[in-house]
Design a protein around this ligand. Sequence first.
Ligand SMILES: C[S@@+](CC[C@H](N)C(=O)[O-])C[C@H]1O[C@@H](n2cnc3c(N)ncnc32)[C@H](O)[C@@H]1O
Length: 270
Amino acid sequence: MIKISDNEFRRLVTFVKKNYGINLSQKRNLIEGRLGNIITGKGYSEFSDYLDYVFSEKGTDEMVNMVNKLTTNHTFFMRESSHFDFFRQTVLPYLKNSKNNYDLRLWSAGCSSGEEAYTLAMIIDDFFSGSTEPWEKTMLATDISTIMLNKAEDGIYEQSSVLKMPKSFQTKYFQPYGNGQFKVVQSIRQKIVFKKFNLMTEIFPFKKKFDVIFCRNVMIYFDKETKDALLKKFFNSIEDGGYLFIGQAESITRSSTGFTYVMPSIYRKV
Ligand SMILES: C[S@@+](CC[C@H](N)C(=O)[O-])C[C@H]1O[C@@H](n2cnc3c(N)ncnc32)[C@H](O)[C@@H]1O
């Protein structure tokens, strides 16, 4: 397998950290494993030739490909399910009672193949079923991986993934799609806007603030400085009283971000 030299490794690690926040400094094997075949397949014999190409003006498409390869996208329906219990039992009733404008705005930041966003959209749909109030429910789901975003938009999943959902959701929100696969029903798919968005973007372009942001298992790949900068942007993008969910293996330094601790991995802007 093609090996990456120290210089090439530093060059790539620095680039990825600066542009995408992801810290690959301990991931030499991962880089060689995930990029090695592409590089030889494209006829290069050294990482530096490939990197020269990717970083050149002509390499824009290959950059997308490289980012797709270097991101870690593991996710599943109902992941860290106690978050969804809290969301349904505490967050949604709070929003329902406090939002006089009937405008609900959520963001799944680092959504990977969409399971997190769909889980939320289904819980919201179920929660508001029977309500006669004119609720607008906007769900934005973003990632830097185009492969994952395409999969998310398709909304087609293996039966083994769908089985992680409650039985009632399996029947209400998924349709058989053949070959043991299931597709999320149109009424839920149309509620989510999947978009390519880099969380390293300095100024977030969103016109309105979000009531809830899920950014779970994304910042684990960031260093403290990058994470703190992102948390400040999240803080400024959340409504007063709004909630931030992070991965259950993650934590944040409250003092540097402004968020108030609710319980492990759940924070609030109050
Ligand atoms: C492990 S997945 C987490 C998926 C889901 N949130 C969950 O907890 O199951 C992490 C996702 O973060 C995305 N990601 C990493 N760096 C990012 C960045 N700078 N901007 C946007 N997304 C990023 C990756 O592409 C990947 O799909």
